[in-house]
Design a protein around this ligand. Structure first.
Ligand code: NAP
Length: 291
């Protein structure tokens, strides 16, 4: 069993982005707008991590934090202002939004050229059509982790647990694309799937993105499989100072010995997501400036 070190891989990618943005940033740096609404503690942590990564990569971040009771119209105004600002290359709207704001409408209001999270329907449509522009950062990071660790996907049976627009669906589409990191035979599993373990046991590459703590057990995984754990779940842990622990969707201790490669939680997929946001922002800057 080998651990897939997302932290190290993400550091290498951020270094590459930093070199490239320093080379290209004549006149101005790439700029990423980070928009957060409300007081969700996890969102605060994620946005802070993204701002820090921008600093490491020579990308300027413009942070806007709006209070919980901000109206949807006001959020749309803020997004519109970033859309209209010629010096802003990418816009990240941190999810989840407070319940009174329609997330789909807010995401759809981001300009397609600045949709560095790749959540707009057009971005997903382009990926489905085989002509991707911005691919959601988590699946893109997983593909990069597989490629950089020499894990062949061509002809492999990949099983993706989950079909969200953020992770599962674009992951399945990416793995099915022609080319490096693709050409897999893909099965998608969701909450209406029957006999899930029959699918997971046939997986050469198993990607768990359900948000169910330790769902994947030892007897659900084939010997020698590659297991990617996307889940980040808070579970009560009175022994920790914070009162909770972060666990993935995979029962790591039991499953790891069966695998050829496995990602840890934390330190696996999470850092790759942030690194790919930097990479997508640089791509947006290049597209917009023609550099
Ligand atoms: P989501 O929108 O809630 O989607 C979960 C998916 O899993 C859905 O498609 C759902 O099926 C399926 N599912 C849930 N319970 C299931 C069950 N018991 N059996 C079969 N399928 C089931 O979640 P998400 O946004 O994709 O996130 C998934 C996990 O990844 C979460 O823990 C999240 O925190 C984590 N995450 C991590 C990163 C990172 O950077 N590491 C990034 C994003 C998300 P239906 O479609 O039928 O409802």
């Amino acid at each position: 069993m080998q651990l897939l070190d997302g932290k190290a891989c993400a550091a290498a990618i951020k270094k590459e982005v930093a070199v490239e943005s320093a080379r290209l940033a004549i006149g101005r740096k790439p700029v990423l707008a980070l928009v957060r609404v409300g007081e969700d503690p996890a969102s605060k942590v994620y946005v802070a991590a993204k701002a820090k990564a921008c600093e490491e990569c020579g990308i300027e971040s413009r942070n806007t934090s709006l209070p919980e009771d901000t109206s949807e119209a006001r959020v749309l105004d803020v997004l519109r202002a970033f859309n209209d600002d010629p010096d802003v290359d990418g816009i990240l709207l941190q999810l989840p939004l407070p319940r009174h704001i329609d997330s789909d409408r807010a995401i759809a209001s981001i300009s397609p050229e600045k949709d560095v999270d790749g959540f707009r329907p057009e971005s997903l449509g382009r990926l489905a059509a085989g002509t991707p522009r911005f691919v959601p950062c988590t699946p893109l990071g997983i593909r990069e982790l597989l490629i950089r660790n020499g894990i062949a996907t061509a002809g492999a049976h990949a099983v993706v647990l989950g079909r969200s627009v953020i992770v599962g669906k674009p992951m399945a589409l990416l793995l099915g694309l022609k080319g490096p990191g693709g050409d897999a035979t893909v099965t998608t599993v969701h909450s209406r799937s029957r006999n899930i373990e029959d699918h997971t046991r046939r997986a050469d590459i198993l990607i768990a993105a359900m948000g169910v703590p330790k769902f994947v057990k030892k007897d659900m995984v084939k010997d020698g499989a590659v297991v990617i754990d996307v889940g980040i779940n808070r579970v009560d842990d009175p022994s920790s100072q914070k009162g909770y622990a972060l666990v993935g969707d995979v029962d790591f201790d039991a499953v790891a010995p069966r695998t050829s490669f496995i990602t840890p939680v934390p330190g696996g997929v999470g850092p790759m997501t942030v690194a790919m946001l930097m990479s997508n922002t640089l791509a947006a800057f290049r597209m917009r400036t023609g550099k």
